[in-house]
Design a protein around this ligand. Structure first.
Ligand code: VGL
Ligand code: ZN
Length: 201
């Protein structure tokens, strides 16, 4: 079975949002039309408490995009984004979610960030996505959404490491930082993730 994971296609990651990914809206028509080609479609949703430790505003004398040490791990400090229950945390209105059978929320623990749709950044808390996909006999996982160099990257990496045959749809994602994106692509290729474009599906 083949699954498509829609990663964090939420208002705050689209132009006009709190942590806008440049040209993020360009992926929407593609993401909508791709869904009919899959047996299973799931979505992840970044879902932070207001006082989340990944927000620069919750640290003294820190600025957005600065990197700090958070409980022994490097942590990029973000603008406040995807706060639980806010409009910014809602799925983008033009995203078709009719085929989405389950939504996996992440980033609820105040002290731990969670880029991947599978685990938090400490790899301690599972979202339930792995068990769900396995219960549906999914063997192949395709990832798309936002942002290419953070949540889509770490979702693809975990999927591959969990034993799913993993595909990263390069034209159905957009990045925050080009440098981070290039690093991510190199890493994913090395791990054996297949990079492909939507016309190859
Ligand atoms: C994301 C930064 C912080 C993402 C989420 O969805 O890529 N990036 N939280
Ligand atoms: Zn976040």
């Amino acid at each position: 079975m083949k699954a498509l994971i829609l990663v964090d296609i939420q208002n705050d990651f689209l132009p006009g949002g709190a942590l806008a990914v440049a040209k993020g809206h360009e992926i929407i028509p593609l993401v909508n039309s791709l869904q009919s080609k899959f047996d299973v479609v799931v979505a992840s949703q970044d879902w932070h408490p207001e006082h989340h430790a990944s927000f620069a505003s919750n640290h003294d004398n820190k600025t957005v995009f600065e990197v700090i040490n958070l409980h022994g791990q490097e942590q990029v400090l973000w603008p406040n984004h995807c706060v639980q229950g806010t409009a910014g945390a809602s799925f983008f209105s033009a995203l078709n979610t009719n085929a989405v059978s389950a939504i996996f929320r992440k980033g609820m623990h105040k002290e731990v960030d969670s880029y991947s749709a599978f685990f938090d950044n400490n790899k301690t808390q599972h979202t339930g996505l792995e068990a769900y996909l396995k219960s549906m006999q999914v063997t192949d996982v395709y990832v798309c959404g936002l942002a290419a160099d953070y949540c889509v990257y770490f979702t693809a990496k975990d999927a591959q490491n969990l034993g799913f045959k993993t595909y990263y749809i390069t034209d159905a994602t957009r990045y925050i930082s080009e440098d981070m994106y290039n690093t991510a692509v190199t890493d994913l290729k090395q791990l054996g993730v297949t990079m492909l474009t939507s016309d190859e599906i």
